[in-house]
Design a protein around this ligand. Sequence first.
Ligand SMILES: *Cc1c(COP(=O)(O)O)cnc(C)c1O
Length: 398
Amino acid sequence: MKVPLLDLQAQLAPIRDEIVQEITRVVDSSMYILGPDVQRFEENIASYCGATAGIGVASGTDALLCAFMGLGIGPGDKVITSSYSFFATMGSILRLGAEPVFADIDPVTYNIDPARIREILEAGSDDVKAIVPVHLYGQCADMTEIMAISEEYGIPVVEDAAQAIGSCFPVKTGDTVSWQRAGSFGVAGCFSFFPSKNLGGMGDAGLITVQDEDFAETLNVLRVHGGKPKYYHDVLGGNFRIDAMQAVILDVKLKYLPDWHRGRRQNAMTYEGLFAKTGLVEKGLVTLPAAVYRADADDPIQGADYHIYNQFVIRATDRDALQRYLLEQNIGVEVYYPVPLHKQGCYLQQSSAEWSLPETEKAALETLALPIYAELTPEMLAYVVEKIAEFYKTKGLL
Ligand SMILES: *Cc1c(COP(=O)(O)O)cnc(C)c1O
């Protein structure tokens, strides 16, 4: 059996005609960049996320860069974020001449640990211009704590929600829980529509959600080289525009996103049941991803999107050997991410800062992403778990 890490064709098959029809419409419209189709898509995403407005951009990376530019972040400024993320989180800070300040992660969720953010700010907060939690793998960071810190210190939050479109966080008031989606907490939420994200385009695309109309206008202007009116540039922006082609493709897919999220959640629970039968978790050989907000959901499958499982990431004993073994068995697995940001070559060349980030470094050595996309069959899931158990048996550990 072959189980790829992701199968975009399986997702496309039932909606291909609908998408091709929309692409044809854009081809014939001659309106290829921005325009009414982009505007409709922006409104739909903003409404889905519970944000005031959406600004479509060319990638998730441009979403971060543009949001940071909108906050006026530049040389001498500091931005608190996680070192356990995709490179773009740090890259967009460095490209503006600003300095990343790394807070270690919570070992259970792999998301930035609010207690570490607090420690950093207590030691000095003067130059800190933003806090950037990354909702890693599709589960929100602790936004109650992070927003409380943001308010206390008057430092804006920019959510790197590239992996977390639609992911819900339980906001508690007394005994009642209301679910709020990623990208509706901070001054900006940055999304990526890279093909492998839960909502993926057919090329690069991204979007920024905002809560404030004035900030939306700032970003709209930055997106077109800071030109307002056209050809008059009082501020320096960039070409961050999104194509109409991507907008219409994504707008079609947005209708199916809740179903795909549900399918991934169902698969995660199937994995949990399958792993429970192997003894791998009890023996400490494998740690499954914790859906920390599931307990607040009235129905774990049909209810709130407490985790959208962009990735299903386990911790595994002897991770590298397990990865090699599974790849040999035609099972697609991947490490997200093998090198923490504070250990990347381009960062080390320009910074001599020393970081103590034990949980980040441990996670980079132990984590492994398994296939989790919605179209996986129960047989495929069983095969993955069977092969993992087989690996530890051949090593005499199980
Ligand atoms: C995918 C991703 C990005 C960048 O998105 P692109 O669209 O590829 O530029 C940024 N941050 C995180 C956490 C991501 O996963």
